[in-house]
Design a protein around this ligand. Structure first.
Ligand code: BYC
Length: 310
């Protein structure tokens, strides 16, 4: 009797058996993974840009060294993720072309500007904090290479989150101007950080299937709620006010209630009309073109080395 491969596949998923590159998988599973992992990889390398903007202006050598290390980590995350994506049969050049032509998405959050040093604190604390909330469950994603890449990424993200929170804590203990700078950064980054989790569950076309395949373990709204519950007390601890008049603890739900997200702004950013979309894409295209000689030299070296070893 012939067994339906889709049923066998779902059976493996249900039994928590990891799917590996050479295993049979439904074409739609492969397509979903390529979409999510490549968007994730693009987010990591575009995510270097807003912070890269402050490396030369960090206020001390210690801050500069930490920021430099963080931005380098993000390049590394991009590399792990592109490598994981390549195991699905798509090459890196194709993925990068999709990013550079504007076809592929990357996280909405990186289309906002970094105006002051406090933005380095807010990004580490909130953006990396949101990333951890979303990515820790991805360490248990059903696709082996993605799950394993996420383990390393999450370890580094947790250092990033702490360095950001420590910047905010230092600023809130400083002068009045420094406290205002920290509050202003929280005011600008709070709502875009909540949008990072993606559309609400009722408007998320991919969630149900991705959860059935155990690529995602929790819905966008579940993770967003967790982030709010976790982060609000951290803001209170350093004397900052979350910019949401509707935010309050709900004793019955044992969660914070929070205000409505501006989904129109989210859609605008996704369709290329955020404050920095054009600038970010242009910076990536320029970096790729200026790096062409490095790729050529690396390929020539690899080919020469290969000739010598055969
Ligand atoms: N921005 O059905 P949905 C980082 C898209 S890097 C842009 O819920 P899904 C860091 C979504 O792709 C952070 N697009 O989708 C780096 C879909 O579009 P398509 C990046 C978004 O996939 C440097 C459509 O909206 N993290 O942390 O089930 C420095 C419908 O959404 C966004 C990851 O990539 C968004 N915010 O769920 C510091 C994590 N949200 O493709 C930090 C991995 C949604 O159907 N990705 N869209 O046209 C995921 O966990 C999931 O892909 C998402 C979305 C939760 C993001």
């Amino acid at each position: 009797m012939e067994v339906n491969p889709e049923l066998l596949f779902q059976g493996k998923i249900d039994a928590e058996v990891k799917i590996e590159p050479r295993d049979w998988m439904p074409p739609a599973y492969r397509k979903t993974l390529i979409r999510q992992i490549s968007q994730h990889a693009h987010s990591e390398i575009v995510g270097m840009l807003p912070e890269g903007n402050w490396i030369t202006r960090a206020p001390s050598l210690r801050r500069k060294a930490a920021l430099l290390a963080k931005v380098q980590d993000e390049a590394g995350h991009g590399l792990y993720l592109y490598a994981a994506c390549e195991t699905l049969g798509v090459d890196r050049e194709t993925l990068l072309n999709e990013l550079h032509s504007g076809k592929a998405k990357y996280s909405s959050i990186f289309n906002y500007p970094t105006l002051t040093w406090a933005d380095m604190g807010a990004i580490g604390w909130l953006v990396d904090g949101a990333a951890i909330m979303n990515q820790v469950p991805l360490c248990r994603a059903s696709y082996g290479p993605y799950a394993r890449a996420m383990v390393r990424v999450c370890k580094e993200e947790s250092f990033h989150q702490r360095q950001g929170y420590e910047i905010m804590m230092t600023l809130t203990k400083g002068t009045e101007a420094q406290k205002r700078m920290a509050q202003d950064a929280l005011d600008r980054w709070w709502w875009p950080s909540l949008m990072m989790f993606g559309p609400s569950d009722t408007d998320s076309p991919n969630s149900a299937q991705s959860m059935k395949w155990k690529i995602k373990r929790f819905s966008n709204d579940e993770l967003r709620q967790r982030f709010v519950d976790y982060t609000v007390p951290q803001a209170e601890f350093i004397g900052l006010r979350v910019p949401d008049a509707d935010l309050r603890w709900n004793e019955e739900r044992q969660h914070y209630d929070f205000g409505a997200i501006d989904w129109e702004e989210f859609q605008q950013v996704l369709s290329g009309n955020g404050p920095c979309n054009r600038e970010r894409l242009q910076a990536r295209v320029d970096a790729h073109e200026q790096g062409a000689w490095v790729r050529e030299a690396a390929t020539a070296y690899a080919q020469k080395h290969q000739r010598q070893t055969v």
